[in-house]
Structure formats: C-alpha cells, structure tokens
Write a protein that binds this ligand. Structure first.
Ligand SMILES: [Zn+2]
Length: 245
C-alpha cells in the first residue's frame, strides 16, 4: 500500500471517531425528544378525558332537565288525584303517578351513575396533570443537561471534522468520493481490513463481509497503491499491520 491507501486507512479511523461523536450528539438530543413525546401523549390523554367529562355532563344535564319536567308532571298528577271524580279515574291517575315515580327513580339512579363517572374522570385528569407537571420538570432538567452535552459534543465534532478534512486533503478526490459513497452505504465503514485465516496459507477474507479475497488482490495491495474493492460488498480493501509492505 502507498500514500493513498494508507491515507484512507487513517481517514477511516478519523471517520469512526467522527461517527461515534455524532451518534453521542443525536442520542443526547433524542432523550429530549422522547420526553417531549411523553408529555405530548399525556396532554392528549388529558384532553380526551376532559372531552369525555364534557360529554357526560351534557348527558347529565339532559337527565336533570327531564327529571325536572317529570317532577312537574308528578305535581299535576297529584292534583288530578285530589279532584278525581270516580274510583276508576282515581285508579288510572294513581297508576300513572306510580309509573312516573318509578321512571323517575330510574333516571335519578342513572344521573347518579353519571356523577360518579365524572368524579372518577376528574380524579384521573388530576392524576394526568400531576404526571405532566412532573414530566415537564424532568424535561427542563434533561434539556439543560443535553444542551450542555450537545455543546461539548459539537466542539469535539468540529475538531474531528477539521482533522478529517486535513487527512482528506492528502488523498486524491476520486478516492475520497469512493470512500464517502461506501461509507454512506455501510454506516461509516468504507475501508475493510483483509483478514488471513490462521489455518492454511493464502486464505484471505474481507473484514467487512467475510467473503473470500484472492491472493492476487492481496499481492496487488502489497505492491501497488490502487483502490481494490471487495467484489462482494464493495468496501475498499486495505491490509492490516501484519501485511504492511
Ligand atoms: Zn466484503
């Protein structure tokens, strides 16, 4: 290998550090996003609960109104009972009065049920609100911490990026373009070191995909400074320290 391939080996090690640092940055930002999402889902749950309470209240109000008009009806029936002229008329009014009363207690029981539901829902709202307040405090804390960390990571990233650019300047543009393309495909792993099996001479494989590499390719790498890519995974093949010529 010559200056180009050795340069790519160096670039790979800088690339690895750069990606690792960028991963730290996005992890620390992700923590904030996760907590923001948590608060948003609590907010949604709270709104849904409140809407439920509102619907129950509408139902409750409707029943109350019905009860009121039924109470008036009972008053009227009682009055008719007093002025009933015949036994038959009295009995008929009495039956109607009793039925209305029975219906009223059913409706009262229903509206009591609704009141209980509303109380349960109100308690749940309070609980969710409490969770939200707590979560918001945690978020503020996390945000502060992650902003400080992000600044630190960014400084490190800029430093490594400068190093990357410096190394890249020593390598022909074409080789850099190839490196970048393969790096995009393999999450930063553009260069793969050729590995030699312990058993049997001349058994070589790509360190990226573990497919066999010919001895011819290894010889080429030892004697020349040209990019040879793995025929299987297309990574840029390089030699490890034991092969350095
Ligand atoms: Zn490969």
């Amino acid at each position: 290998m010559g200056p180009v391939l050795n340069g790519l080996v160096k670039l790979q090690s800088v690339e690895n550090r750069l990606r690792a640092e960028k991963a730290k940055l996005s992890r620390c930002r992700r923590n904030v996003v996760i907590q923001e999402n948590l608060i948003r889902s609590l907010q949604n749950a709270l709104e849904a609960k409140k809407e439920e309470i509102q619907l129950t209240r509408v139902q409750f109000d409707r029943l109350e109104l019905e009860l009121k008009s039924r109470d008036e009806m009972i008053g009227k029936l009682r009055a008719s009972l007093n002025i009933a002229k015949t036994n038959k008329e009295y009995a008929a009014v009495l039956t109607q009065l009793n039925t209305t009363k029975a219906d009223n207690s059913k409706i009262e029981a229903q509206s009591l049920e609704l009141l209980k539901d509303m109380e349960v829902d109100e308690a749940e709202c309070k609980d969710i609100q409490g969770q939200m307040d707590e979560q918001k405090e945690t978020l503020e804390q996390t945000r502060k911490e992650s902003e400080a960390l992000a600044d630190k990571y960014q400084i490190e990233i800029d430093k490594i990026q400068a190093e990357w650019d410096q190394v890249a300047q020593t390598i022909p543009t074409e080789a850099i373009d190839t490196f970048k393309r393969v790096a995009e495909t393999y999450d930063g792993q553009a260069a793969a070191t050729i590995e030699q099996q312990e058993s049997g001479k001349g058994a070589y494989s790509c360190g990226g995909c573990f497919m066999a590499i010919t001895a011819e390719s290894v010889n080429m790498l030892m004697t020349k400074d040209e990019i040879i890519r793995c025929p299987n995974c297309t990574r840029i093949l390089v030699l490890g320290d034991s092969h350095e010529s």
